[in-house]
Design a protein around this ligand. Structure first.
Ligand SMILES: Cc1cc2nc3c(=O)[nH]c(=O)nc-3n(C[C@H](O)[C@H](O)[C@H](O)COP(=O)(O)O)c2cc1C
Length: 190
């Protein structure tokens, strides 16, 4: 994750190449139940930072450090309705998954997360920095102001931009050890 950015816009072509791979994320029944709101205009970004800044959060939020704020915010949404529609179709109706309660795992969240990861990786390939974070304030205002349908769930925020020379690697990854391979992978059984 990169958390400090240069004040340089992302060219449209570069941004498109970063976003496009999300269309190729795998999805249950190829439902493709993910949507993204992309904010790039200064007034849109300023509004987003203002609306979601939590004054009790000790971490510096972009709105409090405009000189280091990302050039683009991509808000991913898991679109449950597309899954319930897809699983109502003749080749899927037999599974009973046209009803939300019959999904053991809500694949709309899984698939949207995979699409998010593709964006994060594509950003690195394009020489950008990417930051994924959650918000603790303003979500309802964001949903209402941006016209998000009720069946879509906001799954955090992706920030994109050119990494600032002032970027200092920080975050939990520097405070905690990576779990060893042998501890994480359970060959044969747990
Ligand atoms: C679901 C999720 C939520 C996260 N929330 C935040 C966040 O709110 N703020 C933040 O600075 N980083 C957040 N991160 C980034 C993690 O801190 C980061 O991925 C982790 O420390 C590993 O570091 P790396 O991605 O740089 O390797 C989040 C990551 C994930 C996957």
């Amino acid at each position: 994750m990169v958390r400090r950015f240069e004040q340089r816009p992302i060219p449209d072509g570069v941004l498109r190449r970063v976003l496009e791979p999300a269309r190729h994320a795998p999805s249950g029944g190829f439902s493709q139940g993910f949507d993204f709101i992309v904010l790039t205009k200064p007034e849109e970004l300023a509004w987003f930072y203002r609306t979601t800044d939590d004054p009790t959060d000790p971490d510096p939020f972009p709105g409090r450090q405009p000189q280091l704020a990302p050039a683009c915010i991509v808000i991913p949404f898991a679109n449950k309705a597309l899954y319930l529609d897809r699983y109502s179709q003749p080749d899927k109706i037999q599974f009973g998954m046209d009803k939300e309660e019959n999904w053991p795992v809500p694949f709309w969240n899984v698939d949207t997360s995979m699409a998010i990861m593709l964006i994060l990786l594509a950003a690195v390939d394009e020489g950008l920095g990417a930051w994924y974070f959650g918000i603790t304030r303003g979500e309802q205002d964001v949903l209402r102001e941006l016209g998000v349908p009720a069946s879509s769930t906001m799954l955090g925020v992706i920030a994109l931009g050119y990494p600032s020379p002032q970027e200092q690697p920080r975050g939990s990854v520097f405070a905690r050890l990576r779990r060893p391979f042998e501890e994480m992978f359970h060959f044969g059984r747990w």
